[in-house]
Ligand binder design. Sequence first.
Ligand code: PMP
Length: 453
Amino acid sequence: ETEIAGVSIAVLQDFAGREARRFARANPKSLKACGEIARHYLSGVPMHWMSDWPMPHLAVIARAEGAVIEDIDGHKIDDFCLGDTGSMFGHSPAPVARAIRKQARKGLTYMLPSGAAAEAGRLLSERFGAMHWQIATTATDANRFAIRVARAVTGRPKILVFNGCYHGTVDDVMVELRGGVTASREGLLGQVADLTLGAVCVEFNDLAAVEAALATGEVAAVLTEPVMTNSCMVLPAPGFHDGLRALCSRYGALLMIDETHTLSSGLGGYTGVHGLSPDIFVVGKCVAGGMPTAVWGLNEATARAYAKANEARLSGHSGMGTTLSANPMQFACLSANLAEVMTAKAYARMEKGAARLQAGLAKAITAANAPWHVARVGARVEFICAPEPLKNGSEAALAHHHPVEAALHVALLNRGSLIAPFHNMMLVSPVTTKKQIDRLIAGFTEALSDLFP
Ligand code: PMP
């Protein structure tokens, strides 16, 4: 093979080496700080995902504000990663920062609600539809808790997920399709259970396969993102969501929508914009403006079924919670973010900026004659190093070309733009400027002209 994703391997090696050296030259202070950090942490990083960035060493951050992140070498970088969605509305949005300062004087965690809990609950239902809410701290936890409820109320064991999905570190659904059969995901460290007893996997956009799985009567819930955002970006085919809703209703399974990333779609997430009607709704990451917070909600019928399932329990263990969840800092930040940051006006800016970015990247791809494409769900843009369209997780897996993507990410950072590791994701926040977007497009265009000479 002489090419990866249309890029000559010889050209790529030259490009990657040049960009890596350029990064190393420009970041001596970060290099030194990384050495000091590494002494104290397992595998040299405080959280192992940090070792997945493609630079020769990490950039160590001094501060971030709005859509700009500044490293200790003094580079002001346009941040399109935004904490991989945690800061999708910009770093430290002013209303959230104010709420934090105010609450900081009044205690951080009580295991009792604050007065702001009522306001936060009202705003959650206003934004996402009337639900019976619970507060968690991570989207992982919210999904895990909601999965328990789905099994409890249906009395069925399995959760149906789509091949290539990601819903956090939820072991229960770490399955994939292998040779057309559900299997535990490859490389799961320390997992000993047979996950196929509690999960079934089919391809996204394949309603016939969904129906076949539901027809077994074993499925408690279908858990899905509205758009697959963790497998490149796979858009739903027309009618797919209507089909899912109808099939879940017909076979008595719950429809569980995880909006953690697709909150980028607009007010109320993809569910709000496209009128989905989930039984269980989950969203995390940026829902409280960057304060670790996630929420999960049950619609009326599911909440009633949950109450009944609880009544039927003989002994008194109410299940799994997490001690620091639903703390007053979360309520303060949720209220501030939902009321003042995550607004229709903010989404209009995000949409406009993201459309500009999508068009600019697509133009660069066409100019370079690269066999690539760009996909978008609201403020979330992704370039994909394969021709379009991707229909499912299997096609998405084949569209990942790590060596090309890694080199390109470093090249973009050298040109002042940070995009998400793992995939080619860029977020446009309400405070991302046109100038920042144009700089990213220019960097991408320049890099592509090197990769496709
Ligand atoms: N759901 C989706 C769709 C996600 O993409 C993620 C994380 N990338 C999660 C849940 C889990 O979020 P967290 O890591 O904050 O628990």
